[in-house]
Ligand binder design. Structure first.
Ligand SMILES: Nc1ncnc2c1ncn2[C@@H]1O[C@H](COP(=O)(O)OS(=O)(=O)O)[C@@H](OP(=O)(O)O)[C@H]1O
Length: 443
């Protein structure tokens, strides 16, 4: 949208001027008008003195001129309104079509800034927004990685200070330390877990681990000190979050997390079960082909349906991982539902700001990650974040999208197989809705 510069009344230079000078008067909201550089609406009103001095401009000519001007302004306002409503439509299922073809809405109003690697405003380069975990040489301190072992964490032990050398190298101000997470995104895989972590990471009071630490499922024997090392540095005012989607489905994890911190907050992101399963399949296929393991790779239908019975094969991992009720029940054996926030992964795609408001509230954070921090990227077909880049200054913003591996194209699914899957998931979905006390439009 181009804002037009308002012209101010100028003193008359030449007596024989025949053109009309423009005077702009601020209008009440809703009236047709023209935008100035500050986004205020102004109305065109020809100054009576000038009309009087221009005999050629009859009243009819003036009215005609006014009508054309008003029409152009109405058209301009209409275009502006369309652009700013990006993402207002609700999209469901596997639809990879673009919600907006009228151009991406870039709002200059988002107050969030690119954070540096340790969670402080400053500016990180590259694709990743926010806080990268610190890995690599120079971080291993005396005492080794297993200094805490696998013992459960005691109350108040959540802040383990880094070794002096490490602290010196990574944070000269010595205010930032590596803290255990106070909230974990436990899944589900392919439900939008990276998007949620990336978006919440925009919040100035949040730091997130860049990698999935897989501590409670794969690396448990490494000990808690190893886990803490996986976390980014944070200020006392900041909370730490990590995500490992496999936690949701691993049998040992709920108990281990409970013994780590029984009052931890858990975030569960769910997506319509069939599209989640297909997304899972597409990822496995891509990996297998990349590793030269399977060419050609079987179709989704061949794997999701048992050829001997013609029924859904619930032992197929992508199918099984969408059985949310089953997985959640194992977590509910240890944690209260009030400790678990269920996020709508489909809405994360189409109206991410709505889900982010819920995440912020659940984590006890102020509301910062608002609609104006998102911009729809037409090439990618997803929302990306558009935030201030302090490095560049002058109110410059930078657009950051999730990586290429997010938003893969799904194959079309045989309608017969789809309806079998729908029927298969229905009772599990029902049970899941009952457990969480809300429903999703998955039928
Ligand atoms: N803003 C934005 N950008 C890109 N992708 C987005 C976004 N919001 C949600 N999604 C959806 O996230 C899906 C990937 O989910 P995960 O991040 O949980 O995958 S993973 O388990 O970590 O591999 C990914 O699934 P696929 O589309 O099937 O690839 C996306 O649909």
């Amino acid at each position: 949208m181009h804002h037009q510069q308002p012209q101010r009344n100028q003193p008359q230079q030449h007596k024989k001027q025949t053109y009309v000078m423009m005077q702009y008067t601020p209008l009440a909201t809703g009236s047709a008008g023209q935008f100035d550089t500050y986004g205020r609406v102004h109305q065109f009103v020809p100054p009576p003195a000038i009309v009087a001095r221009c005999p050629k401009l009859t009243r009819y000519k003036m009215l005609g001129f006014l009508a054309v001007a008003m029409l152009s302004l109405v058209l301009l306002a209409f275009t502006a309104a369309r652009t700013s409503r990006v993402g207002d439509s609700v999209f469901r299922g596997d639809d990879h079509s673009l919600p907006n073809r009228g151009g991406a809405a870039v709002s200059p109003m988002c107050n969030l800034v690119v954070q540096d690697e340790a969670g402080a405003p400053g500016g990180a380069e590259g694709e990743v927004v926010g806080n990268a975990g610190l890995d690599g040489a120079g971080l291993q301190g005396p005492g080794g990685r297993d200094s805490i072992g696998t013992a459960p964490l005691n109350r108040g032990q959540n802040e383990v200070h880094v070794y002096p050398s490490e602290r010196y190298e990574t944070d000269p101000s010595r205010r930032r330390i590596k803290r255990f997470p106070t909230a974990i995104v436990i899944g589900a895989r392919k439900a939008g877990t990276r998007a949620v972590l990336r978006f919440v990471d925009l919040h100035p009071d949040v730091v997130t681990s860049k990698r999935e630490p897989h501590f409670f499922d794969r690396e448990y024997n490494q000990g808690l000190e190893w886990y803490r090392h996986e976390m980014p540095l944070s200020l006392p005012s900041q909370i730490t979050l990590e995500k490992t989607p496999n936690y949701l489905v691993d049998w040992d994890v709920p108990k281990r997390v409970y013994s780590f911190n029984e009052s931890i907050k858990l975030i569960l992101i769910v997506r319509e079960p069939i599209s989640r399963a297909v997304s899972d399949y597409v990822q496995l296929k891509e990996r297998a082909i990349k590793n030269g393991r399977a060419q050609p790779f079987p179709d989704f239908e061949e794997l999701a349906i048992d050829p001997s019975t013609g029924a859904v094969d619930k032992s197929y991992a992508p199918v099984k991982r969408s059985l949310y009720s089953r997985h959640l029940e194992r977590w509910l054996a240890f944690f209260n539902l009030s400790q678990i926030l269920v996020v709508d992964g489909d809405n994360i795609r189409y109206r991410p700001w709505e889900e982010m408001a819920k995440v912020e509230k659940f984590l006890g954070l102020s509301h910062q990650v608002k609609q104006d921090c998102f911009v729809f990227n037409e090439t990618k077909g997803f929302f990306c974040v558009n935030i201030r880049d302090q490095k560049k200054g002058n109110g410059a913003t930078v657009e950051k999208c999730l990586s290429e591996s997010k938003g893969r194209v799904h194959p079309p699914i045989d309608p017969v197989v789809r309806s079998k899957l729908k029927a298969f998931y229905r009772p599990f979905n029902k049970r899941f809705f009952y457990r969480i006390g809300r429903t999703f439009p998955w039928d």
